[in-house]
Design a protein around this ligand. Structure first.
Ligand code: SF4
Length: 402
């Protein structure tokens, strides 16, 4: 008898998600009951297929296009940050099975339900009874050649208003588990190792904003002992929160990592905005951390977000001046993003503001002079497209935004 097909639909934005989910199935022997298909293009669906999706809020229009192109009787199951924060819109798209919160345990439950033919046809929301143990699963799967960065810090101490990462507690992967990962990665011949951490220097901390230097040193020494050609830390996807860097930690990084840049989430040049966002740091810490980074030979990548709710032109000018001053006096590269209301965040139903022509000309000049990137242009397009899409397909949903 043919096995039921489970199709993991890979997009650039969810490429790192599926290996860990499949690792959970492989540990339980669930995958053997199915034909597992990994596809980065739409497949010819058949009746009875199961489609697995994972996405964030900005990807909803693309996910909706994919779903509406399906003409067969396919069971659609999806998880990811958007559904965790707000399952309502996902249900409206026609997704039958929703995973909220940490996905590994509930994905196992779903696999077992599929095997015993116990998945309700009218849909179900899977919600984990407890947080996933951070050491239990690894991003290794026999169905993927890639090995995503290892997540060593789940959740976050902070609750910045535009972000949903800090809304569900926090936990750290143990050094023993990291060692197991490194051993396997090395044995597979990988030369580069990276980690996922929302705040690189708060790994292992017991208090927000108070790095545990011994824990960071132990992490650095452990990874270095494996002698990978490239060990990156303190840069995407393990950025540094302003206010957590100091000379001792910077020296530790300098002695161990191969990246010559570190990334600091500056987010705004306005102290008023930083307070409003609950960032827990001011522009002063950004300047101090940039100085510390530069004095240890690191160029500082600085992330800023434009287009916050209720952002005024004065606030924007304050941020522009801050960027100018930093780039005049220090070795920095500025990455400019555009605000997007992400589900599950405090700002999930807040409308962005949009840059006027004068601002855009200014930012394009910054780009030309090599001070900043122009990522904001793509992000601005995405947020505009999202609201046009909402207006076209779910106009009643627009009323939630203010
Ligand atoms: S923006 Fe960074 S520091 Fe703030 S809640 Fe999100 S992950 Fe944590």
């Amino acid at each position: 008898m043919n096995k039921r097909r489970i199709i993991f639909r890979v997009f650039p934005f969810n490429l790192l998600t599926f290996p860990t989910l499949l690792n959970a199935w492989e540990q339980e022997g669930i995958d053997k009951h199915f034909e597992i298909i990994i596809s980065d293009v739409p497949v010819q669906y058949r009746d009875g297929d199961v489609l697995i999706l994972s996405f964030m809020t900005p990807h909803l229009p693309e996910i909706e296009r994919e779903i509406s192109s399906i003409t067969k009787n396919v069971l659609i199951a999806a998880g990811g940050p958007h559904i965790t924060g707000d399952p309502e819109l996902a249900e409206k798209l026609g997704i039958h099975i929703l995973f909220r919160g940490d996905g590994e345990e509930t994905f196992i439950e779903f696999g077992k339900d599929l095997i015993s033919d116990n998945v309700p046809t009218n849909g179900k929301i899977y919600f984990p009874e407890k947080k996933t143990e951070p050491d239990k699963y690894m991003p290794f799967s026999k169905y993927f050649k890639i090995v995503p960065p290892l997540q060593i810090f789940h959740g976050c101490f902070w609750k910045c208003k535009y972000c949903q990462t800090g809304t569900g507690g926090r936990s750290f992967r143990s050094l023993d588990s990291i060692k197991t990962f490194l051993t396997k990665l090395k044995s597979k011949g990988f030369k580069r190792v990276t980690f996922i951490s929302p705040s690189a220097l708060e790994y292992g901390s017991s208090k927000p904003g108070k790095p545990d230097i011994e824990k960071i040193a132990a992490l650095m020494e452990l990874v270095s002992s494996f002698e990978f050609s490239f060990f990156e830390y303190g840069i995407f996807p393990s950025e540094i929160r302003p206010g957590t860097l100091n000379k001792e930690l910077c020296k530790l990084l300098r002695d161990h990592v191969s990246n010559n840049r570190i990334t600091l989430g500056a987010q705004s040049g306005s102290d008023h905005r930083l307070r409003e966002l609950n960032r827990g740091h001011s522009t002063k810490e950004v300047i101090t951390d940039v100085e510390t980074a530069n004095s240890h030979g690191f160029i500082a990548n600085l992330d800023f977000i434009m287009g916050y709710p209720d952002e005024t032109s004065d606030e924007r000018e304050t941020t522009f001046n801050f960027i100018r001053a930093l780039s005049r006096d220090h070795k920095v590269k500025v990455h400019l993003h555009h605000f997007f209301p992400l589900s599950g965040s405090s700002y999930q139903f807040r409308l962005p503001t949009f840059l006027d022509n004068k601002d855009k000309i200014y930012l394009r000049e910054l780009r030309k002079s090599g001070i900043s990137t122009d990522w904001w242009e793509k992000h601005e397009k995405a947020v505009r497209n999202y609201f046009l899409w909402l207006k076209k397909y779910f106009p009643e949903y627009l009323n939630k935004y203010s």
